[in-house]
Design a protein around this ligand. Structure first.
Ligand code: NCD
Length: 311
């Protein structure tokens, strides 16, 4: 089903070529069709065992990885850190080592420290998929975002994509910028001053000094929530209302974008803060729930290229 994929793990967009990304998106597009058909499941990964290990909260990513693995016929074990021997002092590395010793075939890992998933990949022989490491990368989110954009815009090349909000703490912004640049799209960052990210140049993103500049003429607007869990207590004092008034996406601001703009958000949404419900729930512009649907297709493609033995 797939051309040979030259990687044993998916740790970030940084390590993928445009050709790798194209192969994943094409395969995911086929799985998206399969997932809307009556025969959604197959046995491509039958007999394989995948462990999901989430050391940070998750709704969409963990569940969609689990559905993706099961749709492909694999068995899934959900490791729960809070009920594990980590409570008895076992370290992250030792915990990963244990899972490796149990000879699972695949590991889906989310952790709050940058680089932790890469470290895990050195401790196990199975395939490791990064489900988000700190503020670093969230490669499957960027892939599902790209698939959603392609479904609406037909291509990524030449698109103006505005990414607005807490860019500094967002792994989604980083992986998206890397992917979109590799695929020929133009990425514009706008962050409130407290959330400005000083590595935009390295990602090939253009930094805007106003939200207007980012939104004007854009094909895609991606909003990000404030990543409160990465802020020290009292570090950010603005109320939700004040933040919304200054930086929230409303229909009025969205009028600066192209008439056929689509609005995206990785979710969870903080309604009335970075985005108004009127925009988030407007079926003419919002593709937020379609992004979630594409998450299953993209994760099926990622698991398939790493773990299937009969390609
Ligand atoms: C994102 C994450 O965890 O980085 N969520 C997700 O996976 N859809 C974004 C966020 O938490 O704001």
């Amino acid at each position: 089903m797939t051309a040979a994929f030259p990687h044993h793990h998916i740790l970030g967009i940084e390590h993928l070529s445009a050709q790798d990304i194209r192969a994943l998106l094409d395969l995911a597009a086929r799985y998206a069709i399969q997932n809307r058909s009556t025969k959604k499941s197959c046995d491509r990964l039958a007999g394989q065992i995948i462990i999901t290990m989430f050391f940070e909260n998750s709704t969409r990513t963990r569940t969609s990885f689990e559905i993706a693995a099961k749709r492909l016929g694999a068995e899934v074990i959900n490791f729960t850190a809070s009920a594990s021997s980590m409570n008895k002092g076992e370290t992250f590395s030792d915990t990963i080592h244990v899972m490796g010793a149990l000879q699972a075939d695949g590991f889906v890992i989310r952790h709050h420290e940058n680089g932790s998933v890469k470290l895990a990949s050195t401790l196990v022989s199975g395939a490791v998929l990064n489900a988000g490491d700190g503020t670093n990368e969230h490669p499957t989110q960027a892939l599902l975002d790209a698939l959603t954009m392609e479904r609406h815009k037909g291509k990524l090349e030449g698109l103006k994509v505005a990414i607005c909000g807490d860019i500094k703490h967002s792994r989604v912004a980083k992986s998206n910028a890397l992917l979109l640049k590799k695929m020929g799209a133009n990425v514009f960052f706008f962050a409130p001053p407290q959330f400005a990210y000083d590595g935009a140049d390295k990602l090939g993103a253009i930094v805007c000094s106003s939200m207007k500049e980012a939104l004007e003429g854009s094909d895609v607007v991606m909003m990000l929530r404030i990543q409160n869990e990465r802020l020290a207590v009292g570090e950010f004092a603005m109320t939700g209302e004040d933040y919304h008034a200054a930086y929230g996406l409303t229909h009025e601001k969205l009028a600066l974008a192209k008439p056929d703009v689509i609005v995206m958000h990785p979710a969870p949404l903080n309604r009335g803060v970075e985005i108004t419900s009127e925009v988030a729930d407007d079926p003419k512009v919002s593709v937020i729930f379609e992004q979630m649907e594409m998450g299953v297709a993209v994760r099926m493609a990622c698991l398939d290229v790493l773990l299937s033995t009969n390609s």
